[in-house]
Design a protein around this ligand. Structure first.
Ligand SMILES: *[C@@H]1O[C@H](CO)[C@@H](O)[C@H](O)[C@H]1NC(C)=O
Ligand SMILES: *[C@@H]1O[C@H](CO)[C@@H](O)[C@H](O)[C@H]1NC(C)=O
Ligand SMILES: *[C@@H]1O[C@H](CO)[C@@H](O)[C@H](O)[C@H]1NC(C)=O
Ligand SMILES: *[C@@H]1O[C@H](CO)[C@@H](O)[C@H](O)[C@H]1NC(C)=O
Ligand SMILES: *[C@@H]1O[C@H](CO)[C@@H](O)[C@H](O)[C@H]1NC(C)=O
Length: 447
């Protein structure tokens, strides 16, 4: 039996949230964007998705920092997240650590949605993370949580799970103080204690009765996603697994770019209303990292040239966990070194203008003049996705520096992982269709 995974969060979360991206603008094609009000209610099974730096986010930065600092900070967070992805051990089904440990990702997810928990509903802005199965809410009485918590006492549908509940067997070393199923865990530099609980959770207008989650009672450190985490990973007991009959393990999302301050994307849950005409590639399951959405990346084209990448760099391997995943929590796409170098070298060859190549932190392909860039096409099995410049380059506000927004993945002897990250997914609809084992991608200006 598999279990719910709760994530690790980085102690740098708080720091990150105080950084600003307001002065970080992504590449320049202009779009006239509808101004969406923060108070617009979610309809049907579709939730607005906000970036944590959105004006609609309570976690938006209060103090601006330099563009360079912002970029370097995001890179550092990506690095931490990737190191965690790479270091995650083979998870034997029997020993999967459920709500408490599991695969640990050190980084706050970048996007939030509005969730209503309890009866009457209490609104929380929960972080969404497609690579996580966690179900995790800060509760009343929590020591160390932020001021916004779920008050279980005022919900008529709240139900603490006892030690005899089947779900409690999925918690490692639970204790049974006061009859409730409690557990401790560590994440990042923090610890937390939680009670396993159930309540109705309403997403957009869909009530999900008896949703099982960890009700956080105590945290130390500053690593907590302030209002909880809604994991959209594919492991059992994830949100998707708990809503089989409602959403049928199907959802799509469109992540807004950072370009406009008033951005919001959308998360559409369930098979209804999903795009019918969309390019798709087979969705793969890798037992080594069972929460993640793997696909088969077979090649990469820069301009018209298919670059020469040694096949093992792209190979899918269920034993080692190697392969390519779509992840909403990593910001900049990472390719294993031989793949990244091949792409980068061809990209440099084809860039027009810009003068000499410079670097910025982990980005090694930056230009200080204005440039004309080639497109980059990810060639997945049965689906080519060509990224426009907006998804490839970050620009400093002043426009003086542009960098190829990708990097080499950290070296790991055991395994390789290519991560198609949020910057490259922005303004595309990504469809996850588990029953039909497919992942779809379509251009959609959602910010
Ligand atoms: C969590 O469990 C403890 C006992 O283990 C109990 O004292 C506390 O009230 C519970 N909190 C909630 C919100 O249910
Ligand atoms: C969690 O840790 C605290 C402090 O170490 C301890 O008092 C408590 O009993 C532990 N609770 C569980 C559920 O293990
Ligand atoms: C964002 O929305 C606010 C209020 O809705 C508006 O005042 C502001 O001008 C908008 N900003 C941009 C950049 O569109
Ligand atoms: C590019 O680098 C070369 C060699 O280092 C140098 O001579 C040249 O002045 C540089 N060009 C610009 C535009 O900085
Ligand atoms: C993707 O592009 C390659 C190279 O240009 C081409 O050979 C292949 O047929 C394309 N695949 C699809 C599914 O369009």
């Amino acid at each position: 039996m598999e279990k719910i995974h709760l994530p690790n969060f980085s102690p740098t979360l708080t720091l990150t949230l105080t950084l600003t991206l307001f002065i970080l603008s992504f590449s320049s094609a202009t779009q006239t964007l509808p101004t969406k009000s923060c108070s617009t209610q979610d309809h049907g099974s579709t939730l607005q998705v906000f970036h944590v730096y959105s004006p609609c986010s309570p976690f938006k930065p209060t103090k601006p920092v330099s563009w360079e600092e912002s970029v370097l900070q995001m890179q550092a967070q990506d690095q931490a997240r990737l190191n965690q992805l790479l270091s995650s051990k083979v998870v034997a089904r029997k020993s999967v650590a459920p709500i408490a440990s599991g695969r640990q990702i050190v980084q706050s997810p970048t996007y939030i949605v509005r969730a209503n928990v309890g009866t009457p509903p209490q609104t929380l802005l929960m972080a969404v993370d497609t690579s996580n199965d966690a179900a995790w809410i800060p509760c009343n009485g929590c020591v160390g949580c932020s001021s916004v918590v779920f008050n279980s006492g005022s919900s008529s549908t709240f139900n603490p799970l006892g030690c005899d509940a089947a779900q409690c067997k999925q918690v490692p070393s639970p204790t049974c103080g006061g009859g409730s199923c409690s557990f401790n865990m560590t994440y990042g530099g923090s610890t937390l204690a939680a009670n396993l609980s159930q309540d109705t959770m309403t997403l957009a207008t869909d009530p999900i009765p008896s949703y099982t989650f960890g009700c956080i009672q105590r945290t130390t450190g500053s690593s907590v996603p302030p209002q909880g985490l809604l994991g959209l990973g594919r492991g059992s007991l994830s949100l998707l697994s708990q809503t089989q009959s409602l959403y049928k393990s199907t959802f799509s999302y469109c992540l807004p770019s950072f370009k406009s301050l008033n951005f919001s994307g959308s998360l559409r849950l369930g098979p209804v209303g999903q795009p019918l005409r969309i390019k798709t590639t087979p969705l793969l399951r890798n037992p080594r990292r069972s929460s993640l959405y793997y696909v088969n990346l077979v090649g990469i084209r820069v301009g018209r040239k298919v670059v020469d990448i040694p096949p093992p760099a792209l190979g899918f391997n269920p034993t080692t966990g190697a392969g390519t995943v779509f992840d909403s929590g990593t910001v900049f796409t990472r390719l294993v070194t031989p793949a990244y170098e091949a792409v980068r070298n061809e990209f440099r060859k084809r860039v027009k203008g810009g003068g000499n190549v410079t670097s910025l932190g982990g980005f090694d392909t930056c230009y200080s003049g204005s440039i004309i860039t080639p497109t980059i096409t990810f060639m997945f099995a049965g689906m080519n996705v060509t990224l426009p410049p907006d998804n490839l380059l970050i620009h400093s506000t002043a426009g003086s520096l542009s960098c190829l927004a990708m990097a080499a993945a950290p070296d790991n002897v055991n395994s390789v992982l290519n991560v198609i990250a949020s910057m490259q997914q922005q303004n595309h609809r990504i469809l996850i269709d588990v029953p039909n084992n497919r992942l779809g991608v379509a251009r959609e200006p959602c910010s």
